[in-house]
Ligand binder design. Structure first.
Ligand code: S3P
Length: 159
């Protein structure tokens, strides 16, 4: 299993699809799988059931994962220690982006429930997570100023 981790907007889905094509392992988008299982958009899940409900679904999803897949995780998957342990079942690739890159990509995004509020609040979330991504990662790839193809190739070379 190959797990792509990183902050919102770091390019996990794009790169996971490309790595899936290259490895021939099926691609799974964790957020989408949870949305389908719950019959509800993540935005609505956060609003009606709360963040912890969604976090429980993330953990349940990881617990039941067995097949060889390329999984694009949600940016907060590393928050729970149990998840970080479960991720060790596969190769964890951290797509590391600078704060400026994230802001550039996510400005105007209204879909993500945790991309809201003051810039300082978002930056604090970003800073708080950095060490957790590093801790969970087997491989760290800097993604700034690189094309998706370059990043995907780099991932392939480091698996
Ligand atoms: C989250 C990131 C989102 C999604 C949810 C929470 C987070 O996934 O799982 O909105 O806590 O960073 P993406 O990283 O794919 O945006």
């Amino acid at each position: 299993m190959i797990f792509l981790i990183g902050f919102m907007g770091s390019g996990k889905s794009t790169i996971a699809k490309m790595v899936s094509e290259k490895t021939k392992y099926p691609y799974i988008e964790m957020d989408q799988a949870i949305e389908e299982a719950e019959g509800m958009k993540i935005r609505d899940m956060f609003a009606s059931k709360g963040e912890q409900y969604f976090r429980d679904k993330e953990t349940e999803f990881l617990r039941h994962l067995k097949d060889e897949v390329v999984l694009s995780t949600g940016g907060g998957v590393i928050l729970r220690e149990e998840n970080r342990v479960l991720l060790q079942e596969g190769t964890v690739v951290y797509l590391k982006a600078e704060w400026e890159t994230i802001v550039e990509r996510l400005t105007g995004d209204t879909d993500r429930p945790l991309w809201k509020g003051e810039d300082s609040e978002k930056k604090k979330r970003f800073d708080e997570r950095l060490s957790l991504y590093e801790q969970a990662a087997d491989v760290v790839i800097d993604v700034d100023q690189k094309t998706p193809e370059e990043i995907a190739e780099e991932v392939m070379g480091r698996l």
